[in-house]
Write a protein that binds this ligand. Structure first.
Ligand code: NAD
Length: 239
């Protein structure tokens, strides 16, 4: 089994900017204003404007050679794709099953939908749905009437790491490929520790975070520069 763990850098060459190194701004917005529960409480309209722009941009963007290389890998091997990305470029490239641990731009949920233990279920609404247009100011949950919001995980919110599934696959993983992530956003970055014992590990990034690279083969460069060639060599080695 091969696990591919991706971050914003995978989609950078498709025209979707990463935000590290951009002075705490993402597409000109302050991250704390548009990607935190407090930002939502303070100005829902601003948050929805930001995600409307993101939705439209991400709909227009096309997968790049690195997304297609991952799809090719999944055609040949048992591949689990875990992504921090909220875009759906891996799906557009033909990857069937992607674990979106930070949510998806093309889904909405009730603002009262929380990842909390079942004992608190009376305080939440479990509405979630796929959408073909962004959530607008005034769109209300069809189930409980509270406001709708994008189905993305904001800073400070719980991340569904699919821990049960992770433990099921941990011992079967032969190759672990990490691409385009600063590995600074937790708990997602804990995956590098979780798969530490995997025999063959690659890290592809033009500016790799050397603090987390123990045991990795580091391919210092862009995703499109290294992933297609890596996939071809894995096809030969593992055939
Ligand atoms: P990040 O912005 O923290 O780091 C991006 C990493 O990508 C950096 O290490 C950078 O060196 C690298 N990179 C830049 N160009 C690259 C390229 N062409 N090829 C390979 N790597 C490249 O991103 P992160 O670690 O994913 O964490 C940021 C958070 O923001 C995540 O939660 C993510 O969901 C969210 N985000 C998502 C998107 C998206 O959905 N496409 C875009 C921006 C941010």
């Amino acid at each position: 089994m091969i696990v591919v763990f991706s971050g914003a850098g995978l989609s950078a060459e498709s025209g979707i900017p990463t935000f590290r190194g951009a002075g705490g701004l993402w597409e000109g917005y302050k991250i704390e204003e548009v990607a935190t529960p407090l930002g939502w409480m303070q100005n829902q309209k601003l948050v929805l404007d930001f995600y409307t722009q993101g939705f439209e941009k991400m709909q227009q963007c096309q997968p790049n050679a690195a997304h297609f290389a991952i799809a090719e890998l999944a055609n040949h091997f048992n591949v689990v794709c875990i992504t921090q990305n909220i875009d759906t470029l891996l799906e557009k490239a033909g990857v069937k099953d992607v674990w979106h641990i930070h949510g998806r731009i093309d889904h909405e949920k009730c603002e009262w939908h929380f990842d909390i233990p079942p004992m608190y279920a009376q305080w939440q609404c479990n509405y979630k749905a796929q959408i073909n247009k962004p959530v607008q100011w005034g769109d209300l949950c069809p189930k409980c009437g509270k406001h709708l919001r994008p189905d993305v995980v904001w800073f400070g919110e719980a991340v569904d790491m699919r821990v049960d599934d992770l433990y099921k696959i941990q011992s079967q993983v032969e190759v672990f490929i990490v691409v385009g992530t600063s590995a600074q956003v937790y708990p997602a970055a804990n995956l590098l520790k979780f798969f530490q014992a995997v025999p063959t590990k690659y890290f592809i990034d033009p500016n790799p975070n050397y603090e987390v690279l123990d045991g990795f083969n580091v391919l210092e460069g862009k995703a499109t520069e290294y992933l297609p060639a890596l996939v071809e060599s894995l096809k030969e080695e593992l055939a």
